[in-house]
Design a protein around this ligand. Structure first.
Ligand SMILES: [Zn+2]
Length: 73
């Protein structure tokens, strides 16, 4: 499992998002971000936005790496 706090999963059809921070990482002026390859990172608060598909790929990759690392130990 990915333990990344500032991760926001978006629907696959979404291509742009807006972010104005949150109570945890702090508020900031509202900005609009365009997703690139299914992900975008807010340059104010560092929040990462990914679509469901991209997140799934990300998870699969993490799982593979985890198995690999386990084998090597
Ligand atoms: Zn932000």
């Amino acid at each position: 499992m990915i333990k990344r706090q500032n991760l926001k999963i978006l629907k696959n059809h979404e291509t742009s998002i807006s972010c104005d921070g949150d109570s945890v990482s702090g508020r900031h002026p509202k900005i609009f971000l365009t997703l690139k390859d299914g992900s975008a990172e807010c340059y104010y608060c560092g929040k990462l936005f990914v679509t469901e598909d991209t997140h799934e790929k990300y998870l699969n990759k993490a799982r593979k790496n985890f198995k690999k690392n386990k084998k090597n130990v």
